[in-house]
Design a protein around this ligand. Structure first.
Ligand SMILES: [Mn+2]
Length: 315
């Protein structure tokens, strides 16, 4: 981590009374964990700050009140800290440009440096890992609530410490969060114990798997497929993980038809799927990216591009 940038973020927090923490739309646990972790670190270490965490929440967590009570005047005097959000278009806050200053804290490829300053650690497995490293470098206290939220981001973005960018730093960060009071069993039960309905859903979704001869596995979930299940997008997306961990599937893609868009999630153990994501209105990480299609008829184009990636033998 760039020490100059780390110190600069500390300085900016000290300078601003009003702080707004922004994460990406359709948040995951890394986005929410980073945001609530950062908010709790600021509240713990700096007195008398007005800290807001805006945008959609995965839980009915009412701490750090959302933007309903946020006036334009407040925003214009504020420092915005964004977490886990690579592209400006994904920010879950439509008054971003109104703020006095902004600071991006992230772990996605920094293709869109939209903030005044940033701390981006591209090889960090989770954004919460970046938040923890920053707090430790600045000798800030991480309280129990912060530790809990930060740990949730770490275990989800790393797939329980399985995904490729999990490294010794990840384990050091995990150890420090446990020392700071993160409750492993509570966190693991909260995130990983699911319902019978969800297991039935992932089984159904997996039954729709298609596999190319080069090793691209993909599942297309149409709107009709979702009828009667009553699932949120984040639940529908759990079908993605069913394709992981099989030798025959080198790259896997989940295509989900929603009301207003068709979302694509791409994963691989070895191939740079972000290259294909960027051709389909997306991006992200080398081995984990998101994209969009304008029509389901484009699925074949997407699959062809992914096949090509394998054929080219790019690693
Ligand atoms: Mn993340």
């Amino acid at each position: 981590m760039n020490k100059h940038a780390a110190k600069l973020l500390l300085k900016k927090i000290k300078e601003h009374q009003n702080i707004i923490i922004v994460k990406h739309k359709m948040p995951d646990w890394d986005a929410q964990g980073s945001a609530l972790g950062m908010a709790n670190i600021i509240a713990e270490n700096f007195k008398n700050k007005n800290v807001f965490v805006v945008g959609e929440r995965l839980t009915k967590d009412e701490t750090f009140l959302p933007e309903t009570s946020l006036t334009d005047e407040f925003v214009s005097q504020a420092l915005i800290i964004t977490v886990d959000t690579g592209n400006k278009a994904r920010l879950d806050f439509d008054r971003f440009d109104m703020a006095r200053e902004s600071f991006k804290v992230d772990h996605h490829l920094n293709v869109d440096p939209y903030a005044t300053n940033d701390i981006v650690v591209e090889d960090a497995i989770a954004c919460t890992q970046v938040v923890v490293l920053w707090a430790q470098l600045m000798k800030l206290k991480i309280n129990k609530t912060a530790a809990h939220n930060l740990y949730l981001g770490l275990i989800t973005d790393s797939g329980r410490f399985l995904f490729p960018r999990t490294d010794e730093v990840t384990f050091r960060v995990a150890a420090s969060l446990i020392e700071a009071g993160a409750d492993l069993k509570a966190a693991h039960d909260f995130i990983f114990v699911s319902s019978l309905k969800m297991r039935k859903w992932t089984n159904f979704a997996f039954s729709k798997l298609q596999l190319t001869k080069h090793g691209v596995g993909y599942i297309v979930i149409t709107k009709a497929d979702q009828d009667g299940w009553g699932l949120e997008y984040s639940e529908v997306k759990s079908a993605l993980g069913t394709m992981a961990g099989m030798d025959e599937i080198k790259i896997w893609a989940l295509v989900v038809e929603l009301d207003d868009m068709i979302k694509v999630s791409l994963r691989s153990r070895d191939f740079s799927v972000n290259e294909v994501a960027e051709k389909f209105e997306g991006g992200g990480h080398r081995l984990a990216s998101g994209a969009q299609l304008s029509s389901l008829t484009d699925v074949s184009k997407l699959v062809k591009a992914l096949d090509k990636l394998i054929v080219k033998g790019e690693k």
